[in-house]
Design a protein around this ligand. Structure first.
Ligand SMILES: *Cc1c(COP(=O)(O)O)cnc(C)c1O
Length: 419
């Protein structure tokens, strides 16, 4: 059982087998040199100290070899993206064939919709969550428009019930059983960015596939946070950014997953560039386009190596630790956070994230009645970095890689004093 004392929190940190990882990150500090209490790893993960070395290696090889670095660099640039594939596929529970690192998240969603949103006059609608991340909403709206459909008519929102915050899978089931003949695509955030709810991807895939809809998952808030078992879930495609829980730096490249069942389907509509052309003949330059199998068949351009070096630094850490150990700590750390929040003696506070650890990652979304953004400002003045969502929600992510039980304890003490 948890205890709400500083001693207890520090004792947990001493017992924590992953506590050594915090030392491997740059933790931002205030002017006096005190560590910030950083709870926004769900927005921009902190920088691993090793990142600089990984990027420096590529800068050095560029200086030394120029274009020859594509072959001569210590980590040759030509196949560089392949160095990321194994670790990335483990993180999301996929086969290496199904995963590639490329582009950025919203771009990947569009490229995937080129293939998996194939509307007809009768079957053209897209289902998203009502609290979908704005970029995802804009992306599907623009796809509807691009194909000549009315956005109001074409976009179906899966909403929480009146008076509730969380989504119920049976409501999605009902939408799809009633309107499935008109629905072409479900595009759902696997872990909702606002509530932190982790949805049952396998169920979503079954529901969509029962009515011949394609099913895609945005894993921006899932990758490096929960273990989504993408392959076994059966979803058709997924995409995620790497700068949140995967600590790869602002605006860094994204991941893309296409299920093995589509790996050899060369008939899927898709856009092309030289980087999804057959590796064997890519540099002959005059060959007719010959698309690669698997997720690599969605690439277009030769990728930015410096960004990939940062991703590699981070993935090497994830690989060493393993998602299982991270999840184990994450459940305890977030459980402790929830325990402390629930101990605060006020009815102004409500955690809207599911209380079942299987239905969430590390994030808790804390609703504070009658609060406004000044609360967030005061938290920031106290070195507590959180994310504010109008009208009244603080999103906090204690990240198992670098947050401590003591961070969580101190954060709740200060929150309590501000209420
Ligand atoms: C962070 C996030 C994005 C951001 O998209 P970019 O293309 O990387 O700018 C999009 N969707 C979701 C669900 C996110 O959490």
């Amino acid at each position: 059982m948890y205890k709400g004392t500083l001693d207890y929190a520090q004792e947990q940190d001493k017992k924590d087998k992953l506590a050594y990882l915090r030392e491997q990150f740059h933790i931002p500090k205030d002017k006096e040199g005190n560590d910030w209490l950083y709870f926004t790893g769900n927005s921009l993960g902190l920088q691993p100290k090793s990142t600089q070395k990984y990027i420096q290696q590529e800068l050095d090889d560029w200086a030394k070899y120029g274009v020859e670095g594509h072959f001569e660099a210590k980590n040759p640039w030509l196949p560089y993206h392949e160095f990321l594939t194994d670790s990335m596929s483990k993180i999301v529970g996929a086969k290496p064939l199904e995963v590639v690192v490329m582009n950025t998240l919203t771009t990947n969603l569009h490229l995937l919709m080129v293939s998996f949103y194939q509307p007809t006059k009768k079957k053209y609608k897209i289902v998203i969550e009502s609290d979908a991340f704005p970029s995802d909403r804009y992306a599907v709206q623009s796809q509807l428009k691009f194909h000549g459909f009315d956005v109001e008519d074409g976009l179906i929102e899966w909403k929480p019930r009146e008076g509730e915050e969380l989504l119920r899978i049976e409501d999605l089931e009902q939408i799809v059983s009633e309107q499935g003949d008109e629905i072409a695509l479900l595009l759902i955030g696997g872990v909702n960015y606002y509530t932190g709810q982790y949805l049952d991807l396998k169920r979503i895939a079954e529901i969509g596939h029962a009515k011949n809809c394609f099913v895609g998952i945005d894993l921006a808030h899932g990758a490096g946070n929960i273990s989504p078992e993408l392959h076994n879930s059966g979803v058709d495609f997924a995409a995620w950014c790497t700068y949140k829980y995967l600590n790869s730096g602002p605006g860094s490249l994204a991941g893309l997953f296409v299920h093995e069942k589509h790996a050899k389907n060369k008939e899927l509509p898709r856009f092309a560039g030289w980087w999804n052309h057959n590796k064997e003949t890519r540099f002959n330059m005059r060959q007719p386009f010959d698309v690669m199998e698997g997720a690599e068949g969605w690439q277009l351009s030769n990728p930015p190596i410096l960004s990939m070096a940062a991703i590699r630094a981070s993935l090497d850490m994830f690989n060493d630790v393993g998602m299982e150990a991270l999840r184990e700590k994450s459940e305890r750390l977030t459980g402790y956070f929830e325990f402390l929040i629930n101990q605060i003696d006020t009815d102004r506070i409500k955690v809207i994230t599911p209380s079942n650890p299987k239905e969430r990652g590390c994030q808790l979304s804390i609703q504070v009645q009658n609060a406004d953004k000044s609360l967030h400002k005061k938290l920031t003045e106290n070195n507590i970095i959180t994310d504010w969502r109008e009208p009244d929600v603080i999103r906090c992510a204690p990240v198992p890689m670098y947050n401590s039980f003591e961070d969580v304890f101190k954060m709740v003490e200060i929150l309590k004093s501000l209420l």
